[in-house]
Write a protein that binds this ligand. Structure first.
Ligand SMILES: [Fe+2]
Ligand SMILES: [Fe+2]
Length: 187
């Protein structure tokens, strides 16, 4: 899909973001940048066709989300740390591939669960403050697509990992993502 078709498909063309929601949108733009780079790194995992396949399936949606957020967030409102988010996304994606497909799915499940919660917070906020129904619909769609990514990763997982190290890693992903959102809202 070309960029015009994507923006039309997400009904993003004529949408303008209320000033008060811009920090959220800045963090979305940063997060979708990170997501694209996670899957870019994963698509380089020559040792695992399963990892590469999931990366290929998910990266198109992440590209669409990034395109939409790039359209919604003017250049002067974007995070100044875009290079950092790219490097962190790539590093996270690459590390996640190093310990096999199960570890990769656990990591993707943790990342996408975080993103789903991040979008759900915005949905609740927009509903509560009765702002921009069209932006609400767009965020709900993005959120549903992140949920699908989470479910894709989880359908390969038979049970949650009971390894302490894996749990430490997944907590690190969660805390790191939360810090990144807070920073991207401001800088
Ligand atoms: Fe996304
Ligand atoms: Fe995603």
């Amino acid at each position: 899909m070309n960029s015009e078709a994507v923006l039309t498909d997400y009904s993003a063309y004529s949408l303008t973001v209320p000033k008060s929601l811009m920090p959220w949108m800045r963090s979305n733009h940063a997060g979708e940048t990170g997501a694209v780079w996670i899957y870019k790194a994963a698509s380089l995992a020559l040792w695992s066709s399963s990892i590469r396949q999931m990366a290929t399936e998910h990266i198109d949606t992440e590209h669409e989300h990034l395109l939409v957020m790039t359209h919604l967030v003017p250049a002067n409102e974007r995070s100044k740390l875009i290079v950092v988010w790219r490097i962190m996304g790539f590093g996270l994606g690459l590390f996640a591939t190093l310990f096999g497909y199960t570890f990769f799915c656990l990591t993707i499940s943790a990342v996408e669960t975080f993103v789903e919660q991040h979008y759900n917070e915005q949905i609740d906020h927009i509903i509560k403050t009765q702002q921009s129904p069209s932006l609400l619909a767009l965020i709900q769609r993005c959120c549903a697509e992140e949920t699908q990514h989470k479910l894709d990763a989880e359908c390969y997982l038979k049970s949650p990992s009971d390894s302490v190290w894996v749990r430490v890693w997944l907590n690190l992903v969660k805390v790191g993502s939360s810090i990144a959102v807070q920073v991207a809202k401001k800088i």
